[in-house]
Design a protein around this ligand. Structure first.
Ligand code: SF4
Length: 249
């Protein structure tokens, strides 16, 4: 059987650094490639690499309507720094209004089902729209971010979405990324210095206590096995372990 693109690229990518991984992917993978950023430090490193190399990869964010003000400021700062626009997709107005009208504006604190539904209307559905027609999806995921992300590979097939998923920081450590962003003066979210290592929506993210794992500040009120990103919820509402196909971060 002929080896797939993923099988061919995986060993080649493993030997490269971030810049060369993205460059190679852009050279070899035809069609529209999308990078989804939520402006965490990993995403900023990837954005820096795409913009400074002038790669034809769309940098897109999901504006859930509940982002931190610091994240919005970094969005603007990043556009100014690289003189490039970072496009956004938004939740659909009517389903969002109906959800909030039925459950309340902060219903995610009351039930896991509400949180899943909120993540679906604010993130999962917009993500589906922004990836429609793309041939590849680039993320800033790292395998050592959490137990649930241990299985993240440099490159894999997203069978549900029928696209290639590239995680060019899968084998990077946070320390290496911090060092690189400092070396290249990449703008980073002010919240990192305040103890927020993983940054999502404002009401669902808190600063970490000493000794807590990187993603402990996300949906902190939920039990661990239920809370790995809301974007892990499939169309059937089922939670799955491991990196979700929909999870951009
Ligand atoms: Fe809603 Fe929180 Fe999910 Fe953001 S992270 S979409 S506010 S439940």
């Amino acid at each position: 059987m002929k080896p797939s693109l993923v099988e061919i690229l995986a060993p080649r990518l493993a030997a490269l650094d971030l810049d060369h991984r993205l460059k190679l992917a852009r050279e070899v993978i035809p069609g529209h490639i999308v990078f989804t950023t939520s402006f965490g430090i990993e995403d900023q490193f990837v954005t820096h690499s795409i913009f400074t190399q002038g790669l034809e990869i769309d940098v897109v964010t999901i504006d859930t309507g509940r982002l931190f003000e610091e994240t919005i400021s970094l969005w603007e700062e990043t556009e100014a720094r690289y003189a490039r626009r970072i496009h956004a997709v938004y939740p659909q107005a009517l389903p969002l209004a109906e959800f909030v009208a039925e459950h309340g504006v902060n219903s995610f604190y009351r039930a896991v089902e509400n949180r899943k539904a909120c993540c679906h209307v604010r993130k999962v559905e917009p993500l589906s729209r922004l990836l429609a027609g793309a041939s590849a999806w680039v993320t800033g995921l790292r395998a050592d971010q959490s137990q649930a992300r241990e299985g993240v590979n440099l490159i894999e097939l997203d069978n549900d979405r029928k696209l290639v998923k590239l995680n060019p920081l899968a084998d990077y450590t946070r320390e290496a990324i911090v060092a690189a962003t400092e070396a290249f003066s990449v703008p980073v979210n002010e919240l990192h210095a305040k103890g927020f290592l993983s940054i999502g929506c404002a009401p669902c993210t808190r600063a970490l206590e000493p000794g807590e794992s990187e993603r402990a500040g996300r949906w902190w009120w939920e039990e661990d096995e239920k809370k790995e990103c809301g974007l892990h919820v499939g169309p059937d509402g089922r939670l799955t372990r491991g990196p979700a196909p929909e999870d951009p971060r």
